[in-house]
Design a protein around this ligand. Structure first.
Ligand code: PEP
Length: 249
């Protein structure tokens, strides 16, 4: 089970200090993976602030080349070098704002794998696709074109675009149907298996219902991960959901 916090282009040094101090007061379970994705310029800083905690650091994107004349791009090898474990690839905000195509996402994912990072490939349909009944087909195409032909350890984040930052989430049966579909597509087209996490308006009040869907292997949290109290509330709901106990209980 993975709890991933996508901070997007938010929080600076001062807030990172406050956030890390808050995390230091919490007990973390080593059976539950937690990863924070800060803005890339703060990856190192956050890492130094939480290095004593069992929390991983990830990057919000990476380029598909490792070095060279690519001004402003972020190399996956550099991310590995500064301690990243995971990298988000093809987040819908990047697909929309930076015109990242499925093929581009596939190339970045392959480069991330070669750099020993664990990619989390983001997929998600628009409201139009959901309402017209083509969501499953849309996601299948995104997967077939974005996932590299061979891989060992990657995640898919199912993030319906209409759910990101809106407070609206799909019903449990819609989440179940889509997560099952994603796993089936990966099994039939790639002869492989994959973990699928859900993202889109996850908060402390809805996380239990989302985790109760069997096919959900974790959550990707945007807005609610910026507030350390909400983030830890989500963490503790997940601990409860998994029936994990702490050594001093
Ligand atoms: C996201 O953008 O990855 C995300 C999940 O955002 P939010 O939780 O704010 O909907």
């Amino acid at each position: 089970m993975l709890i991933a916090a996508n901070w997007k282009m938010n929080l600076g040094k001062f807030e990172i200090d406050q956030f890390s101090n808050f995390l230091q007061s919490n007990e973390f379970h080593d059976k539950l993976d937690v990863c924070i994705f800060p803005p890339s310029v703060y990856i190192n800083y956050l890492n130094t602030r939480i290095e004593c905690l069992p929390i991983s650091i990830g990057a919000q994107n990476c380029y598909h080349e490792f070095s060279g004349a690519f001004t402003g791009e972020v190399s996956p090898t550099s991310l590995k070098d500064i301690g990243c474990k995971y990298v988000l690839v093809g987040h819908s905000e990047r697909r929309i704002n930076n015109n990242e195509s499925n093929l581009y996402v596939q190339k970045c994912t392959s480069a991330a794998i070669k750099s020993d990072l664990i990619p989390i490939i983001c997929v998600g349909e628009t409201l139009k696709d959901r309402e017209s009944g083509t969501a499953l087909d849309f996601i299948e195409k995104q997967l077939i074109e974005s996932v590299p032909s061979s891989f060992e350890n990657i995640f898919v984040a199912y993030e319906p675009i209409w759910s990101i930052g809106t407070g609206k989430i799909p019903s449990s049966s819609e989440i179940k149907e889509m997560h099952k579909h994603i796993k089936q597509v990966i099994s039939s087209k790639f002869n492989n298996s994959i973990k699928v996490i859900y993202g889109g308006s996850v908060n402390p009040s809805n996380v239990s219902d989302i985790l109760n869907v069997n096919e959900v292997d974790g959550v990707l949290i945007g807005g609610a991960s910026l507030n350390p109290k909400d983030f830890l509330a989500i963490y503790h709901s997940t601990v409860k959901h998994l029936n994990l106990y702490f050594s001093n209980n």
